[in-house]
Write a protein that binds this ligand. Structure first.
Ligand SMILES: Cc1cc2nc3c(=O)[nH]c(=O)nc-3n(C[C@H](O)[C@H](O)[C@H](O)COP(=O)(O)OP(=O)(O)OC[C@H]3O[C@@H](n4cnc5c(N)ncnc54)[C@H](O)[C@@H]3O)c2cc1C
Length: 362
């Protein structure tokens, strides 16, 4: 029997497992499918909210805590696992929209480097832009190759002694009185004094069984992957909600759509067209390179993008970390730290109030 059972082997569950095992807890991760194949795999790995000034402070706080830690985390995981999560500080260039003044005020308030650039200046940064663009430039923003981050994490956790049970859906949370007892899967019961629901978009149905509403809903995002020679695109570039992410080896990701279509992970011809048009508008040369993949993932959506990171309001020992929506990668390390502070009853480094059930944001 482990001290802690974590339901869900996505980034949220795996980072929590790492924090816990480092603190000496024995941990089992229960995953209904394969590890790390859902939203965490499908995402882009941009280490910033997109248009970050448009988000509530509760998102900014988790992103800001995590951002300076990624470079060291990637280096540590490379050393421990031999797999490189490919952290790159590639900078984020965004075309100016109507709220550029608000953006600059936000950056000054939060002491974040942001420069306004003219079209010729952006062309110097990114020569393949069609004509340059009036831009906002955030040079400190990084990216990580999320599928590799996940592989590295899984390997590291195996070395650290975390147990994985895959292909095993948790069908029920076992509760007696107001205490969590464990979980039930088709293979039987698993007991533990502490259970974490980190099931991404699928978290709601488990928690709903307890008569508590968890407002997390799937929001589909589709991505296209191109393969060009490396250096065609140098930075993360965003125009009108679409973004381009260059990987080190010449792969270029173009994303993404935002679709409320339930638990449907199919890709569509319309989205492919939308993403192709965006790619052509931003970096026309991309239309000359092959598309090597097209996929969809389900983001665990909440109304304002603020995750639940909290003990259940009634059931002691049951914790939830879910609803990271568009920013689960960049908020990941901070979410895990806050969750584990709460689980171990340490004084939390981050104020837990906005992430509880009673915060007015949910
Ligand atoms: C297209 C796209 C682009 C994105 N881009 C970015 C980005 O650039 N930057 C960023 O920060 N974020 C991005 N995100 C968001 C980010 O990927 C998510 O917020 C994050 O991955 C959520 O992680 P998770 O572990 O909570 O959920 P998931 O990764 O979905 O993991 C949940 C896991 O729980 C398992 N599970 C569910 N129910 C059960 C059950 N009953 N029993 C057992 N297992 C269960 C699932 O099978 C799954 O493996 C993007 C997402 C998408 C889809």
């Amino acid at each position: 029997m482990s001290d802690v059972l974590i339901v869900g082997g996505g980034l949220t569950g795996l980072l929590a497992a790492r924090e816990l095992v480092i603190e000496g807890a024995s941990v089992t991760v229960v995953e209904r499918g394969e590890l790390a194949q859902e939203s965490s795999w499908a995402g882009g790995g941009i280490l910033s909210p997109l248009y970050p000034w448009r988000y509530p402070e509760a998102v900014t706080v988790l992103a800001a805590w995590s951002q300076p830690r990624f470079e060291a985390l990637a280096a540590e995981l490379l050393e421990l696992s031999g797999i490189d999560p490919e952290y790159v500080r590639s900078g984020l260039l965004m075309r100016v929209e109507d709220d550029a003044c608000q953006a600059q005020e936000w950056a000054t308030q939060h002491d974040i480097e942001m420069k306004r650039l003219t079209a010729p200046e952006t062309l110097l940064l990114e020569p393949q832009l069609e004509q340059g663009l009036e831009g906002l430039w955030m040079p400190q923003i990084g990216q990580i190759r999320n599928p590799r981050l996940l592989q590295a994490l899984v390997k590291d956790l195996k070395i650290k002694g975390v147990t994985f049970r895959t292909g095993e859906p948790v069908t029920e949370l076992m509760v007696e009185g107001d205490l969590i007892q464990g979980v039930r899967t088709p293979a039987g019961e698993m007991c533990a004094d502490k259970v974490v629901v980190a099931g991404g978009s699928w978290s709601r149905s488990l928690v709903d069984q307890l008569g508590t509403d968890l407002r997390v809903e799937p929001v589909r995002g589709q991505m296209l992957l191109f393969h060009s020679s490396s250096g065609l695109v140098r930075h993360i570039v965003m125009v009108a909600g679409h973004y381009i992410i260059p990987r080190r080896d010449g792969h270029v990701l173009v994303g993404s759509t935002l679709e409320r279509v339930g638990f449907d992970k199919r890709t569509t011809a319309e989205a492919r067209q939308e993403l192709l048009a965006a790619a052509g508008e931003i970096i026309p040369m991309l239309l000359n390179v092959p598309i090597v993949n097209h996929w969809a993932g389900l983001r665990p959506g909440t109304e304002h993008g603020i995750p639940y990171i909290s003990e259940h309001p009634r059931v002691k020992g049951l914790f939830v970390s879910a609803g990271h929506f568009r920013n689960g990668v960049v908020m990941g390390p901070a979410s895990a730290r806050l969750l584990v502070d709460l689980m171990l009853k340490r004084k939390p480094e981050l104020d837990p109030a906005p992430y509880g059930w009673h915060g007015n944001q949910h």
